[in-house]
Design a protein around this ligand. Structure first.
Ligand code: ACO
Length: 362
């Protein structure tokens, strides 16, 4: 169903392509900075220099959390899963000072502070003190720095930056749709981002990659992959990291993340993942020849995020941190020509005219 028009990203489902404002992601992966892609999505043009100095400085300057947000995050139970903590943190960031319509300045706060909320909670849960953001670091390197308190290795930053670039936007997916509905009511950016995160969490959307890691662990070794996959499908279970509503060809982000995984993943883990991918695609093709099911972005996301050193419970929150770029772009676009998004349903319940039993006399 086509909801309307967008200038932001073209998802070519039949051929397996993804384009941000006219730029093929194959052109950008491993070369453009995350801040550069933020600039492209928000302003419509590639920055004159990459990273874009002014925007990167503005984001870096806004990373620290206001006191009220620190109090909320520090009041959370340490054992609260990071995704739930982030959802509460996003809500706390929307402190009533961000009126509709959304602006670039508001977007800078969302992009800058989302990783700070997440890293603060994660460190608290580990019993570690918070690590203050470092303005000299780019958004991706600073995220790793705030999580670990160590200067991140350039190869890891590069891998994660490619992931951030590839996950920055993706058309009218479920979380973006949720965000646009909230903005269309003239509500604020942080309320919309909180709704979007709720949609992203589900395993049919952004909640799949931790389950991919669990699947790889369960398979254990490459030669077990075909039997394991067959047993799963015999039980009518879904294979996480396979299938996509839009792509009827290979997910271009998955192909590019596979390349990243070849560079950074443990070779044995990569060999296992490739065996599971092969077995999954073959078995799904055999059982559902008309569906054209391939590995989706989440499959090699899991392998890359593992290699970067992130634990599975941080996979979906990290996806959300990257996707804030697209969420802001869509909120700006929605507000620029806003009309309430109010779908309808076809009523199929009992016909009108039923009588409530035993009502007291009027
Ligand atoms: N494993 C097994 N069978 C599958 C899978 C899968 N991963 N994906 C689709 N199918 C089968 C379905 O069983 C269905 O067959 P049936 O009609 O005989 O029951 C057929 O293919 C069509 O599936 P639908 O669910 O109708 O397709 P839809 O477009 O609604 O689903 C989705 C897309 C939700 C992503 C699905 O492929 C899935 O559940 N995948 C696993 C979860 C996953 O990887 N999620 C991440 C998606 S990527 C992202 O959002 C960032």
């Amino acid at each position: 169903m086509v909801l309307g028009e967008s200038h932001l990203s073209l998802v070519a489902g039949e051929t397996g392509g993804l384009v941000y404002r006219g730029y093929d992601i194959r052109e950008l992966a491993g070369r453009a900075s995350y801040e550069g892609v933020v600039h492209l999505l928000w302003h419509g043009e590639a920055p004159a220099t990459d990273p874009p100095a002014e925007l990167a400085r503005a984001i870096a300057a806004r990373r620290a959390l206001p006191d009220g947000v620190v109090r909320v995050v520090d009041a959370l139970a340490p054992e609260l899963p990071p995704l739930e903590a982030l959802r509460t943190g996003l809500s706390a960031l929307g402190d009533g000072t961000y009126p509709y319509p959304p602006t670039i300045e508001q977007g800078i706060d969302l992009v800058a502070r989302t990783p700070t909320v997440l890293a603060r909670h994660v460190r608290r849960a580990r019993g570690e003190p918070p690590v203050e953001p470092r303005p000299a670091l780019g958004q991706v390197a600073n995220f790793l720095w705030m999580l670990t308190g160590r200067a991140p290795e350039p190869e890891r930053v590069r891998a994660l930056e490619t992931y951030f670039v590839l996950l920055a936007d993706h058309g009218m997916n479920a979380s973006t749709f949720a965000l646009r509905i909230v903005i269309s009511t003239q509500s604020d950016l942080f309320s919309a981002a909180t709704a979007a995160l709720g949609a992203l969490k589900g395993p049919a959307h952004g909640g799949a990659p931790a389950r991919v890691s669990a699947m790889l662990d369960a398979v254990g070794s490459p030669e077990r992959a075909p039997d394991w996959i067959r047993a799963q499908l015999d039980q009518k279970a879904r294979l996480f990291g396979f299938g996509h509503r839009a792509y009827k060809a290979e997910d271009p982000r998955g192909l590019l993340l596979h390349d990243v995984a070849r560079r950074v993943a443990d070779p044995r883990r990569l060999e296992l993942a490739e065996a599971v991918e092969r077995a999954g695609v073959e078995e799904l093709r055999r059982r559902k020849p008309n569906e054209r099911l391939y590995a989706n972005v989440e499959f090699y996301s899991a392998v890359v995020l593992e290699a970067v050193g992130l634990p599975p419970e941080l996979f979906t929150p990290t996806f959300a941190v990257a996707r804030t770029a697209g969420w802001v772009a869509h909120s700006l676009e929605q507000a620029a020509s806003n009309r309430l998004i109010r779908p309808d349903v076809r009523y199929v319940g009992p016909p009108p005219g039923r009588r409530w039993p035993n009502l007291p006399a009027p």
